[in-house]
Design a binder for this molecule. Structure first.
Ligand code: BJW
Ligand code: ZN
Length: 258
C-alpha cells in the first residue's frame, strides 16, 4: 500500500469536520456475505440483477422468495467484522449521524449494538437505503413483519391479501423518499465522503459521493479494486475493509515527538 495515500487519508479523516460513510456489499464480504457483482455472485444460475426485480417477483414469486430465504439462512451464520465495528466506534465518538449503507444485511446495526450496548444512540445507526432483509412487507399496504421461514404456500398479507415480500428495494423500485433526502443532506453537508466496498454503479446511492464532491467536499475510497469513483477520489486505499477501517479510523497511539 502506498505510504502517501495512507498519510493523506489519515490527514483527511483528522481534518474533516463532517464525515459521511457510504458502504456496500464489500464491507460484509469478510463476514461471509456474498457480494453482488464479484465472482461467486450467482445463485442457481441466476444473476442477482435478474432476481432483485419486481418483474421477477411478479412472474415467479417462489424463486425470488426462495432466493431471499437462502440469503436469510446464510446471514444467520454471519457476524459483524472489524470494518463494521470500526465504523460504529467512529460515529459513536463523533456523536453525529453519517453512516449510510446500501446493505440489507443488518450488520451495521448489530455492530452498533455490540459497540454501544443495547440502546445505541441514533448517530451510530445506519440509514439503510435499500431496506432490511430481516423484514417482510406487504406489496400493497403498510404492513410489515419480521421475516419468517418460507412454507409451502406463498405468504399473503392478512389485512389485504397482498404478497408478503422482503422489505428491500428491488431494481426499478423507488427508495424511501425521506431516507434518501436525509442521506442527500448528509452527503451535501459532509466535507469527506468515505466510500467503502461498493462498486458504486447503482443509483441513486452512487450519486451521494458525487453530491459531497459537488458541494466542495472530498471522496475517499476503500476497496479491494478500482471502481467508477477511483478517478475522482482524493485518496484511495486498496485492501480489505476489515483491515483498513480500524487502521484508518481508530485513534492512533500518539507518536512521541523528539
Ligand atoms: C471489497 C471487499 C472487501 C469486495 N473490502 N471492498 C441513473 C443512471 C442509470 C441507471 C439508473 C439511474 N438511476 C436509477 C437507475 C436504475 C437503477 C440503477 O442504478 N441501475 C444501474 C445498475 C445502472 N436503480 C434503481 O433501480 C434504484 N431505484 C430507482 O432509482 O428508482 C427510481 C427509478 C425507477 C424506475 C426506473 C428508474 C429509476 C433502486 C436500486 C435498488 C438496488 N437494489 C439492490 C438489491 C437490494 C435487495 C437485496 O439485497 O436483495 O441493492 S441491487 C444490489 O446492488 C443491492 C446493493 O445494495 C446494490 C449495490 O451493490 P454494491 O453494494 O455496490 O455491491 P457490488 O457487489 O456491486 O460491489 C461490491 C464491491 O465491494 C466491489 O467494488 C468489490 O471490489 C468490493 N469488495 N470485497 C473492500 N473485503
Ligand atoms: Zn397488505
Amino acid at each position: 500500500m502506498e505510504q502517501g495515500q495512507w498519510r493523506k487519508a489519515r490527514r483527511l479523516v483528522r481534518e474533516a469536520r463532517r464525515v459521511i460513510a457510504l458502504t456496500g456489499a464489500g464491507i460484509s464480504a469478510e463476514s461471509g456475505v456474498p457480494t453482488f457483482r464479484d465472482a461467486g455472485g450467482l445463485w442457481r444460475n441466476y444473476r442477482p440483477e435478474e432476481l432483485a426485480t419486481p418483474e421477477a417477483l411478479a412472474r415467479d414469486p417462489r424463486t425470488v422468495l426462495e432466493w431471499y430465504a437462502w440469503r436469510r439462512s446464510a446471514l444467520a451464520e454471519c457476524r459483524p467484522n472489524e470494518g463494521h465495528r470500526a465504523l460504529a466506534r467512529f460515529f459513536l465518538r463523533r456523536g453525529e449521524a453519517g453512516l449510510v449503507t446500501q446493505n440489507v444485511d443488518g450488520l451495521h446495526t448489530r455492530a452498533a449494538l455490540e459497540e454501544a450496548g443495547e440502546d445505541p444512540p441514533e448517530a451510530a445507526l445506519p440509514l439503510e437505503l435499500h431496506g432490511a432483509v430481516g423484514r417482510d412487507r406487504c406489496e400493497f399496504c403498510e404492513a410489515r413483519w419480521p421475516a419468517e421461514p418460507l412454507g409451502d404456500a406463498i405468504p399473503r398479507c392478512s389485512a389485504c391479501g397482498g404478497l408478503r415480500r422482503p422489505d428491500v428495494v428491488l431494481f426499478g423500485e423507488t427508495l424511501d423518499a425521506g431516507l434518501l433526502d436525509r442521506a442527500r443532506r448528509l452527503a451535501e453537508r459532509a466535507d469527506l465522503c468515505l466510500v467503502v466496498g461498493t462498486s458504486a454503479v447503482v443509483y441513486p446511492a452512487a450519486a451521494l459521493p458525487l453530491a459531497t464532491r459537488e458541494a466542495g467536499g472530498l471522496i475517499m475510497e476503500v476497496n479491494v479494486r478500482r471502481t467508477a469513483l477511483t478517478d475522482v477520489a482524493a485518496a484511495a486505499l486498496r485492501g480489505e475493509a476489515g483491515t483498513i477501517l480500524p487502521a484508518l479510523l481508530d485513534p492512533q497511539p500518539a507518536v512521541k515527538a523528539r
